[in-house]
Design a protein around this ligand. Structure first.
Ligand code: FAD
Length: 418
């Protein structure tokens, strides 16, 4: 049994890991187990997937990919990792609208936390969900489709409603993307032209260590079917195009990243920053992220910058992205277009823990919502204000899981006792 999360910063407290190989077996296990918690690919940095009871992984349930070309959806097992089926989808002529920085995560785990990529008009990955099959507390299955009354509450669930056994995702015609990196964006350009920069291409990420340079690199992903307007050469607001392959992390090998340098490639091989066959990011790290409403982005950046001398000794790099608003009740990008302010930390566990209350306090005035799967120390008392549909979520959870089979300390603290 694996007892640590991907980053190795925490050991799970679970007494065991169940690994069903079919949905029927999963149903029997859920029905027979008094307290159980779904585990995805273990990429979260906090105790969201942990339990003192038993964990269950759906990774062993066959992928069973099925494409509906008329309805434009693909259905896969919840435990499927994006990288496992993306090529197959592409070969059939289809694509997902976006991916996170890594293809190694499971679909059910990603959608449960509102995991996102970047792009002004790209909602988080949970917005791709068209339907969900959930194994509920009594071992029954419940299918919820977009438009059903409980659907918007059930997608970003933090694993608190049941175990997602199958997921149906929206697809679109396959497309190609090219990646271009631009170095040394001046600080004034970040502050004065953030909106123009993020609007300049399909997906834009800006990396920074909060120093004198505004961003380095600016990582631009342009769809080849919308290339006319995208910046692919020369400079963008004072940042110059980088001709060589580069990792956003100074220490990490460039080979870990997906192909840059303007070489067009399939959506699945360009939308993530990190390639499936390599370790994503740095490996030995911690992560934190806050989603702030777009209208407060620049003020929020300045609030972080004011803390920079304290952050920098522990920071590998920050990444600024944009995420379109959605209707999902517990999504960190619920109802407002957002800017994501992400921190990849060195694995300085106590030092980062000590910084988090101050970072939370600095960003709270902007209505910041923490990424559910990363490290944060937000006052749980802020949750009802941050999530106006929280009461409805609690009612939904009470209906689907009256015996609190799927609860853990994490969801009790942030969702139910808040
Ligand atoms: C290197 C790295 C890069 C990352 N990049 C990004 C990024 O670009 N964008 C971003 O937003 N996040 C990013 N993350 C965070 C990551 O996407 C989230 O933490 C995500 O939730 C991890 O998914 P997982 O499959 O590992 O789920 P886990 O971490 O194992 O679990 C997360 C949650 O999902 C629930 N869950 C898992 N499976 C099921 C299921 N079958 N049914 C019901 N609930 C389930 C768990 O109970 C838990 O609540 C990154 C993380 C790492 C380590």
């Amino acid at each position: 049994m694996t007892s640590k999360n991907w980053a190795g910063n925490l050991s799970y407290s679970a007494s065991g890991l169940l690994q069903p190989t079919s949905v029927d077996e999963l149903r029997e296990m859920v029905a027979a187990t008094p307290r159980i918690r779904a585990l995805g690919s273990r990429h979260s940095f906090n105790r969201i997937a942990d339990t003192t009871a038993v964990q269950v992984s759906t990774a062993g349930i066959p992928l069973d990919l099925s494409i509906d070309p008329v309805g434009r959806t693909v259905t896969v097992g919840g435990g499927a990792r994006y990288g496992e089926f993306a090529r197959q989808l592409d070969r059939a002529g289809w694509a997902l609208h976006n991916l996170a920085s890594l293809p190694h995560i499971s679909v059910a785990g990603a959608i449960a936390t509102g995991t996102h990529g970047s792009g002004d008009r790209n909602g988080c990955l949970s917005t791709e969900v068209a339907a969900l099959e959930i194994v509920t507390a009594d071992g029954g299955t419940l299918t919820l489709r977009r438009g059903d009354p409980d659907f918007d509450g059930a997608v970003v669930s933090l694993g608190a409603l049941g175990v997602v056994s199958r997921v149906t995702l929206d697809i679109e015609l396959a497309f190609e993307v090219r990646q271009d990196l631009f170095a040394n964006l001046p600080r004034a350009s970040l502050t004065d032209h953030f909106d123009e920069i993020t609007a300049s291409a399909y997906s834009v990420s800006l990396f920074t260590t909060w120093g004198e340079v505004g961003a380095d690199p600016v990582w631009i992903k342009s769809r080849m079917d919308a290339l006319a307007a995208a910046p692919t050469s020369g400079e963008i607001f004072g940042a110059h195009r980088v001709p060589v392959q580069r990792s956003p992390l100074a220490e990490a090998p460039a080979v870990n990243t997906t192909v840059q340098g303007g070489v067009p490639g399939a959506w699945w091989d360009r939308l993530p920053h990190f390639a499936l066959e390599y370790t994503p990011s740095n490996g030995e790290e911690l992560q934190t992220e806050y989603l702030v409403p777009r209208r407060h982005a620049i003020d929020a950046f300045e609030a972080v910058r004011a803390l920079a001398p304290r952050l920098r000794p522990h920071l590998l790099v920050s990444e600024l992205r944009t995420v379109a608003a959605d209707d999902l009740w517990l999504s960190p990008s619920h109802s407002e277009d957002c800017a994501g302010i992400h921190f990849t930390w060195q694995q300085h566990i106590p030092e980062v823990a000590a910084l988090l209350p101050d970072l939370d306090a600095a960003l709270a005035p902007f209505g910041s919502r923490p990424h559910w799967g990363k490290l944060f120390d937000t006052d749980p008392g802020r949750m009802p204000q941050l999530y106006p549909r929280l009461t409805e979520f609690r009612e939904l959870a009470e209906r689907l899981d009256p015996g609190h089979k799927f609860r853990n300390e994490f969801v009790d603290r942030w969702l139910f006792d808040a």
